[in-house]
Design a protein around this ligand. Structure first.
Ligand SMILES: *Cc1c(COP(=O)(O)O)cnc(C)c1O
Length: 426
């Protein structure tokens, strides 16, 4: 049996870990079946516990821009570990990574490191509230900003403009400060701002969304948000946990030509180790403890192993800027190949792509927001996912997730992937 050992390991994991996983998407609930367990990985390939190999299209959900076990990152981490793994006392490498990040990213003077994207977004919102003296935030349905309470919000009912909790354990009190808007709908945001005049601290969004499939912001929407925020004294927060150092060295801000007020990072900035960060102008960051009154802290924040992985990764990007064009070309090739096969086969589909982010939706209408993304045919997606997995192609196990290409993927791998789509029972 192809997945025998993974299946046994999953059964064992479920005895000790809720659902057998430490992050829900890994459990394959959206696609059915059982997760594979990974033994090791190198370059574009994952190897599972049963000895099967897969071309990997999630790249640890984004961080591994150059593929798995990239030598410069490995070398940096191994060397650093010999000097001790954690001190809780300042180290030079924190400054070196901060210096490089500030050089690469537009519109930021200072950066604070944390341990995850969740922590970065949670802290950025606190900073925005502390800076503006206002409580409410606007977020968009389908955008993911980690699992802190303020973001686990769904649309409220009827005439109310505020959201309601979408997980037990999130209080109504927290939910009332988060207003929910529709992505790519500027009028909707303007209405919310008008209805809550002078009360909104921040508008937070994924500048290119990747957590409802890959969704591209219209020019009108993203420029309109910037103008509205400036006009109303609202801070514009770009959650670049996914897009930062992936769409370009300067992330979505650079590619879209829009300056955000606070920018959040994760994924690539840690090079595959747990790192998050948030950054802004010196003036805004001066409100953060210990310089200012907005409290934020972390025992393992700026951990030397994590910083060394991040520094090696950003240095690789800084030294090899052509990686973005290479990734873009590969993703465009994949896009064209999959589209041709699905069209030949007469299967209704939409493919959204921006840089090295891409998603395939089994539906007729363009996918521009959460509602249109949710219309995708999930039965087709399940068959597609498992059909690809059985042929050695690892795709995100949910129709709401974008693929993240890594540059270790070769054109041979891409052709193999396109062939697999041709041979998939759909
Ligand atoms: C992954 C992600 C997060 C959360 O990061 P974690 O490190 O998983 O906490 C936040 N925002 C976006 C856009 C993400 O893609």
């Amino acid at each position: 049996m192809r997945y025998q050992r993974s299946s046994a390991l999953f059964a064992e994991a479920k005895k000790y870990i809720p659902g057998g996983v430490n992050s829900p998407v890994r459990a394959f609930k959206a696609v059915g079946g059982e997760p594979i367990f990974i033994k090791n990985a190198k370059g574009a390939y994952l190897h599972d516990e049963d000895g099967n190999a897969y071309v990997d299209y999630i790249s640890s959900w984004g961080p591994l821009l150059f593929g798995h076990a990239h030598q410069p990152v490995l070398d940096a981490v191994i060397e650093k570990a010999k000097a001790g793994t954690s001190f809780g006392i300042p180290t030079e490498i924190e400054t070196r990574l901060a210096e490089l990040a500030v050089k690469m990213v537009p519109n930021i003077d200072k950066i604070r490191f944390v341990n995850s994207g969740t922590e970065a977004c949670m802290s950025a919102v606190r900073l925005a509230r502390g800076y503006t003296g206002k409580d409410k935030i606007i977020k968009f349905a389908g955008c993911y900003h980690g699992h802190s309470d303020s973001f686990l919000i769904q649309a409220g009912s009827g005439a109310v403009t505020f959201g309601s909790p979408n997980s037990p354990g999130v209080t109504q009190g927290t939910a009332k400060d988060t207003l929910l808007a529709t992505y790519n709908n500027l009028d909707n945001v303007k209405e919310l701002v008008a209805a809550n005049k002078g009360e909104i601290a921040a508008i937070i969004l994924e500048p290119v969304a990747g957590n409802m499939g890959c969704i591209i912001p219209t020019d009108e929407f993203i420029k309109g948000l910037r103008a509205l925020c400036t006009q109303e004294g609202i801070l514009l927060l770009f959650d670049e946990v996914m897009t930062g150092f992936r769409l370009a060295a300067g992330g979505a801000q650079e590619v879209l030509g829009i300056a955000a007020d606070i920018v959040m990072f994760g994924k690539v900035i840690g090079g595959g180790l747990p790192v998050g960060a948030f950054a802004a102008s010196a003036e805004i960051m001066a409100h953060l403890a210990p310089e200012g009154p907005v409290y934020q802290a972390g025992t393992l924040s700026g951990n030397p192993l994590a910083m060394s992985a991040g520094l090696a990764m950003l240095t690789e990007i800084d030294n090899n800027p052509e990686v973005f064009e290479s990734l873009e070309n590969k993703t465009a090739y994949l896009h064209k190949g999959i589209a041709e096969v699905l069209t030949e086969r007469g299967i209704a589909h939409q493919i959204n792509r921006f840089g090295s982010m891409i998603s395939v939706h089994f539906c007729e209408e363009p996918v521009v927001d959460f509602a249109s993304s949710a219309k995708g045919n999930n039965d087709s997606f399940k068959k597609y996912f498992h059909g690809m997995l059985d042929q050695g192609i690892y795709l995100p196990p949910s129709a709401f997730e974008s693929y993240f290409l890594n540059d270790a993927i070769s054109y041979t791998d891409l052709d193999k992937t396109i062939d697999a789509v041709r041979n998939c029972k759909l």
